[in-house]
Design a binder for this molecule. Structure first.
Ligand code: NAD
Length: 402
């Protein structure tokens, strides 16, 4: 089938299998080109491993020097008749094939990470194949969660708290600046967002692994968070998602106390704002992205997921001494984004931005390229007019079914 991008709002409903494989290869090449991660992980579980930050974490763990065995959990859709699979599915096909070629263990579970069933299946796989885990990355970004104990379904919303919020927003699908108002969240919406994106499920993963004696003595577990500047505060950090991140960060402290007793650690890494499938869905954020991207590119400090995570592994998580954290106990990978010179440059542009000049001050082209790349489009040396096989199988999933 010839696969072209089909964009609907902030998602692309098609994905290119060859392009996704090329994107994976580029990320592997980046990691291999750099000095190997010193004393990196060996046995790793990545929850949310198919796209964005979790995918980058899986690649750095396996190709960053220690050739870590990885188990990845994700929620993707395989191809059906004339419908392509999701990009995360093709990413995992390519990742596993490339790992296998180099003799690196990789097993994947496609299903609901919030469920007891997936947790149990992962427990059995760790017991059988790995023994104990020394790193667990929690990188889920989900719109809903069914609580396995109560059956209750919670939905996450992106809304301000305390008052409605009106500001300029960039509709990236039509490249138009417009005023958008979001109503304030209800108490129930705040609660549901915390249920989905807070730390409860991360803690449940650690509980089930611990109960089954699958945590190595020096185990590390990392979940990803975001803080961001004043410009996005009302919608992000002071909004519903921010409340969920507060909960995630409080969970890190709780887990850290517990794991420290056995020589382990639980930390939150505050990452940079980046275009991923989840983040492009957050209202107002894309406008900040395009302004930030231009400023960071000009200062030569722009990074993508793989660069962020490689830097996290090599300079924060696996150093000769302790994990490198700030005064609040967070790993700060948003250090360059939050630099005063970067933020003041973004703010300066923000203050004079209007419908006539916004394209001049923003990297819309870069944003669109990054966005298409998430779905395997726009990669160099891929023939997008060629007929490609869309029905690809993830090796470890295919073999477990057979
Ligand atoms: P993403 O959408 O690229 O990846 C989300 C992952 O979660 C995918 O692997 C997906 O398959 C998986 N997933 C979703 N629901 C699932 C379910 N029910 N069961 C199993 N897997 C499921 O998102 P991302 O932007 O990489 O975000 C990952 C984390 O990083 C989030 O906590 C996010 O808040 C955080 N973060 C993102 C940014 C950013 O700008 N993108 C910045 C800082 C922190």
């Amino acid at each position: 089938m010839i696969v072209q991008p089909k964009i609907r709002g902030f998602i692309c409903t098609t994905a290119h299998p060859v392009g996704c494989a090329k994107h994976i290869q580029e990320q592997i090449d980046y990691v291999k080109k750099h000095k190997p991660v010193n004393q990196g992980p060996k046995k790793v579980l990545i929850i949310g491993s198919s796209t964005g930050y979790g995918l980058a974490s899986r690649i750095v763990a396996s190709f960053g020097g220690t050739k870590a065995a990885t188990i990845g959990v994700f929620f993707e859709r395989e191809a059906e008749a004339k419908r392509t699979a999701t990009s995360g599915w093709y990413n995992m096909v390519a990742f596993e094939e490339k790992a296998k070629k180099e003799g690196i263990y990789a097993k994947s579970f496609n299903g609901d990470a919030f469920s007891d069933e997936i947790k149990q299946r992962v427990v059995e796989a760790v017991k059988k194949d790995l023994g104990k885990l020394d790193l667990i990355i929690y990188s889920l970004a989900s719109p809903r969660r069914q609580n396995p104990k109560t059956g209750e379904v919670s939905k996450s919303v992106l809304k301000p708290i305390g008052a409605s919020y009106t500001n300029r927003s960039l509709d990236v699908s039509i490249n138009k600046l417009e005023m958008v108002t979001l109503p304030e969240a209800t108490p129930d919406e705040i609660k549901q967002t915390i249920d989905v994106m807070g730390g409860e499920d991360w803690e449940e993963w650690i509980n089930v692994l611990d109960k089954n004696n699958l945590l190595d003595a020096g185990v590390k577990t990392v979940a990803y968070s975001y803080i961001g500047p004043e410009l996005t505060r009302a919608i992000y950090r002071n909004g519903t998602i921010g409340r969920a991140k507060d909960h995630l960060e409080a969970t890190a402290k709780k887990l850290d106390e517990r794991l420290k007793k056995k020589g382990g650690r639980a930390v939150v890494s505050v990452n940079k704002a980046l275009v991923t499938q989840s983040s492009s869905a957050i209202p107002f954020i894309p406008l900040y992205f395009v302004l930030l991207k231009k400023v960071m590119k000009e200062k030569n400090i722009e990074e993508d997921c793989i660069q962020q995570i490689f830097r996290m592994f090599s300079t924060r998580l696996y150093t000769d001494s302790n994990i490198v954290v700030d005064q609040n106990g967070f790993i700060r990978m948003d250090d360059w984004e939050m630099r005063p010179d970067v933020q003041s440059a973004v703010q300066k542009v923000w203050d004079i931005l209007n419908e006539q000049n916004y394209e001049q001050f923003s990297d819309i082209k870069g944003y669109q390229e990054d966005f298409l790349k998430l779905f395997g489009f726009g990669l160099k040396d891929v023939d997008y007019n060629a007929d490609v096989d869309i029905d690809l199988k993830i090796p470890s999933i295919a073999s477990s079914i057979a």
